[in-house]
Design a protein around this ligand. Structure first.
Ligand code: ZN
Ligand code: CU
Length: 490
């Protein structure tokens, strides 16, 4: 990266902060790249043009590189990670500048308990003191002590259930629904962007469709969205999509299907059917979906819930941390136990589940409306490689190597499409007046290096990442800047 001195500006009284010269701008819209200089001032994109004149405090040479909007990770469980590891290296090293938290029904607020949170809430943290009683408290904390990345937060329906119900194995009654609604409204008022459900999980599987509709009603007038880890992503995936669309229609709220997949060998190939169902629904109501670029999922360790997996790898275990990275079947054989008994011995624990078909993953990725979300689990000892590799994998493996879609389309899936569907204003495009969340990368070498065996690795080809105009990642390392903002719903 070169630093040169700028010339006098006829356009601006003082010097502008930064100019990035001669990069190929892939602006996030999906349109073709163009070569230009991009000037940045006070955290925003100031101007875009060829041979931009003016004085700049810093000039960067972008020749041979692509300049794109910073990537938006629409599916994260970074609620606590943005506090515990403010550099968010696993994200900024991929070019991610914004994370959406509170997915799969679990959020770090509003919750005030004195015991270890039940799975899957413990994917965020096993310590009840790490949770916040209100979203206002959480946002204040993040604003006083910002992360490297921007944070947009959702409210988790399972968190609301844990906060209001003594028995999670039944539907909520009228009084509990009322209390959940009040908590949700407080959170939305504080600036949460929507509510997620995880009807698949034991904390929410007993809730009826009507319970979710009743809690979610009233979100529309606040401009909030609803995302869901559906009740079933395997044999009953079509029924679960129908349930999701019904919730969207009856609560009158836009719905986003999280990490869309067809699980289990019996369901391989069914993405033809599920994508057609999504397309049909999208003609009647607001529907979106995200996906991660791998054939394995990851969550809490639960061999009954994930019975369709052909292979399970332990990602963490509190009593047996040495089990992380090992095959559950191997561990079970060594101990002369069934996989279920072995899993019981490892609890609380997490797992990686091989259960999807590459053809489906590619087909879902190639759909023009799919967004990219990592679903990475930052607390895991031996994490799924999606935590460190998702975005460069889409750019390098799926776009460049497999030629599944052009680079411009890949970038749109991680920027403008996501900003629009999650209502993140002034982000996701390289446009004057937009926030200067930017990533400069080499289109010929960008690539994920994290693997299932070696999951903690920086990606190749990511040269510079800026959040609100400040560099957070440069030359392979975090800069130590923490310019992240809380993206409160406006
Ligand atoms: Zn999920
Ligand atoms: Cu998730």
């Amino acid at each position: 990266m070169q630093l040169t001195e700028g010339s006098d500006s006829p356009l601006h009284p003082g010097p502008l902060d930064t100019v990035i010269r001669n990069a190929a701008v892939v602006d996030g819209s999906g349109g073709p790249r163009f070569h230009a200089d991009v000037a940045i001032h006070r955290g925003k994109i100031h101007s875009i043009g060829v041979g931009l004149a003016g004085r700049f405090q810093q000039e960067l040479d972008g020749a041979g590189q692509v300049l794109a909007p910073g990537f938006i990770d629409v599916h994260t469980h970074d609620d606590y990670a943005v506090i515990s590891d403010r550099s968010n290296l696993c994200k900024i090293s991929q070019g991610v500048t914004t994370v959406v938290t509170g997915n799969c029904g679990v959020s770090i607020a509003p919750l005030n308990i004195r015991y270890r949170p039940p799975p899957p809430l413990d994917l965020l943290s096993g310590d009840p003191d790490h949770f916040f009683a209100t979203f206002e408290d959480y946002f204040k904390y993040l604003e006083d002590s910002p992360a490297a990345v921007n944070v947009a937060a959702q409210v988790g329906h399972s968190t609301l259930r844990v906060a209001t119900m003594s028995d999670l194995q039944r539907p909520a009654d009228a009084g509990e629904i009322k209390r959940m609604r009040r908590l949700l409204e407080d959170a939305l008022r504080a600036g949460a962007i929507g509510m997620s459900t995880g009807l698949f999980y034991r904390t929410a599987q007993a809730s009826t469709t009507q319970e979710v509709i009743d809690v979610a009603k009233g979100m529309r007038e606040r401009g909030a969205i609803h995302t869901t880890h559906m009740r079933d992503e395997a044999d009953a995936v079509a029924e679960s999509l129908a349930e999701t669309f019904r919730i969207g229609r009856e609560a009158d709220v836009p719905v986003i299907v999280s990490h869309h997949k067809c699980s289990g060998t019996r369901n391989f190939g069914r993405s033809i059917e599920t994508l057609a169902l999504i397309d049909a629904a999208a003609r009647q109501q607001e529907v979106g979906f995200d996906v991660y670029p791998y054939c394995a999922s990851s969550s809490v360790l639960d061999v009954e819930k994930f019975r369709d997996a052909t292979r399970i790898v332990v990602s963490w275990s509190i009593p047996h941390p040495e089990a992380a990275g090992r095959d559950l079947a191997e561990l079970a054989a060594e101990h002369g136990l069934s996989q279920k008994a072995m899993a019981d011995r490892l609890q609380p624990a997490g797992g990686i589940y091989f259960m999807m078909d590459e053809v489906d993953v590619s087909r879902i990725l190639a759909h023009p409306q799919s967004m990219i979300g990592s679903d990475g689990l930052p607390g895991d000892t031996h994490p799924h490689p999606r935590l460190w590799g998702t975005f460069p994998r889409v750019l390098g493996h799926y776009s460049r190597e497999l030629n599944l879609f052009p680079l411009e389309a890949a970038v749109r899936k991680m920027t403008s499409l996501s900003a629009r569907q999650f209502n993140l204003s002034n982000r996701g495009l390289v446009r004057p007046g937009y926030q200067a969340d930017l990533v400069l990368f080499d289109p010929l070498t960008v690539k994920d290096l994290a693997t299932f065996d070696h999951p903690v690795r920086h990606s190749a080809g990511i040269h510079l990442v800026m959040v609100n105009g400040a560099a957070v990642y440069q030359d392979g390392a975090a800069t130590g800047a923490f310019p992240g903002q809380v993206l409160r719903r406006s």
